[in-house]
Ligand binder design. Structure first.
Ligand SMILES: [Zn+2]
Length: 417
């Protein structure tokens, strides 16, 4: 091992400057002589697997990659470890059971002394957890070593040109984060129909690191969404809920749109800018165009007061929410609820279709307050509980910190673009 390292070191010293020179366009300075064999570095040799976990503590260990059909006994035998050792290790407590369920590609790290005794065994279970088996007297003991995840606040900013989804991807957000963002603001903004070119967002989210390496993202800590000139800001609190910077809940008793924005085909139409098209539609509802079979959700908690078919409305469902509110959903291809059924907000009540008097597949959605049709996109909706009084002072402090962090990074990111 020592000689091997020395060879590699020499190779690095020999070729490093040459590569740099070559990269800058001139001929390499190192000249090779005829008749002499030069060692050439082979990629991935010898060290394969050892750095996979990023664990620096496996230097005294020999790695082994589990092959299809391998058992612990076979692997131990390959390392000339006695069947007794296999037996002791496999019975070293409950955790050792994990070694009986090895999969091809799993990595094992062995530490074996000159007398061929097993001193230690490491089995990485995930990026975070490693099973440790250590010799203790005549036996072995098992523990789990857990790496510390470091959470760093990261920032992302986007502006909508073609669609919210594309802007999110362009801003470096994952699919999940884009959906989360729509979920946070979806109570105020109808992401299926009310997003416009020029709308923008700023997000502060947790980036998760292990040993300095990014392993994923955590929660959205704070976010701002500017929709048609109106700014919405959400701050996450320790109760896992989002609130406005003043402490009001972001959640409301009704969803702004009873359908996931991702499925709505016409979720972005620049022509909607036209002032004439902004008028309240005469048929007193909102149409969502999407594929037949797209799930339609209950906008709020309630009770099914109608679930039937007629030749005008096709398959349709009406919901009653408390005493004052009603929502109506028309033209389903199939209904998913029965008369009298109690539904929760977000439950699937039917599937978008083209039944009844329609020209194409769509969901026709109506919102009524005290029996009067209201625009579901603009009607003021009752909000969920605000931040608890006992937490308010602490929350307001956190919120103002997060808001200024968002503002600062918005300026920095805008300046960079
Ligand atoms: Zn309609």
């Amino acid at each position: 091992m020592g000689i091997l390292s020395l060879v590699i070191l020499l190779l690095v010293i020999l070729f490093w400057p040459a590569e740099e020179v070559a990269a800058s366009g001139s001929a390499p300075k190192v000249t090779l002589e005829l008749g002499i064999e030069y060692p050439v570095a082979i990629p991935n040799f010898a060290f394969e697997g050892i750095n996979d976990t990023g664990d620096t503590d496996t230097t005294d260990y020999i790695s082994y990659k589990v092959k299809s059909g391998d058992t612990l006994a076979q692997i131990f035998n390959r390392f000339s470890l006695s069947p007794q050792t296999t037996h002791k290790v496999s019975r070293a407590g409950e955790l050792a059971e994990k070694l009986t369920r090895l999969k091809p590609g799993d990595l094992l790290y062995f530490r074996i002394n000159e007398a061929n005794h097993l001193l230690g065994l490491k089995f990485p279970l995930s990026n975070i957890d490693t099973l440790l088996v250590n010799a203790k007297g005549n036996d072995f003991e098992t523990t789990i070593e857990t790496k510390e995840i470091e959470s760093v606040l990261s920032f992302s900013q986007g502006s909508i040109k073609s669609s919210f989804w594309n802007a999110g991807v362009e801003a470096g957000l994952s699919d999940l984060q884009i959906m989360e963002l729509a979920g946070i603001f979806g109570w105020d903004i109808d992401f299926a129909q009310e997003i416009r070119a020029g709308d923008s967002f700023n997000v502060a989210y947790e980036a998760l690191y292990i040993d300095g390496e990014l392993i994923g993202t955590g929660n959205i800590a704070a976010a701002e969404f500017i929709n048609q000139g109106e700014t919405f800001t959400a701050i996450r609190y320790t109760d896992n809920q989002y609130y406005t910077p003043q402490g009001a809940s972001m959640r409301k008793s009704f969803l702004r749109a009873p359908i996931n924005f991702k499925y709505v085909s016409s979720n972005f139409n620049p022509k909607r800018f036209h002032p004439v098209q902004k008028r309240y539609k005469p048929h007193r509802g909102v149409d969502y165009v999407a594929k037949i079979g797209t799930p339609v959700l209950a906008a709020g908690d309630g009770k099914v007061i109608r679930s039937q078919y007629d030749r005008f409305n096709g398959h349709h469902v009406f919901l009653q929410h408390g005493e004052r509110y009603q929502t109506k959903y028309l033209h389903f291809t199939k209904r998913a609820v029965k008369l009298g059924q109690i539904v929760k907000q977000g439950d699937v009540i039917g599937y978008l279709g083209a039944t009844g008097m329609v020209t194409g597949a769509h969901l026709h959605y109506e919102f009524l307050v005290d029996g009067v049709h209201r625009n579901p996109k603009t009607v003021s909706l009752p909000k969920a509980e605000p931040i608890k009084a006992a937490h308010k002072a602490k929350f307001l402090e956190i919120a103002s910190q997060k808001v200024s962090l968002l503002d600062n990074h918005k300026r920095i990111l805008l300046a960079m673009n």
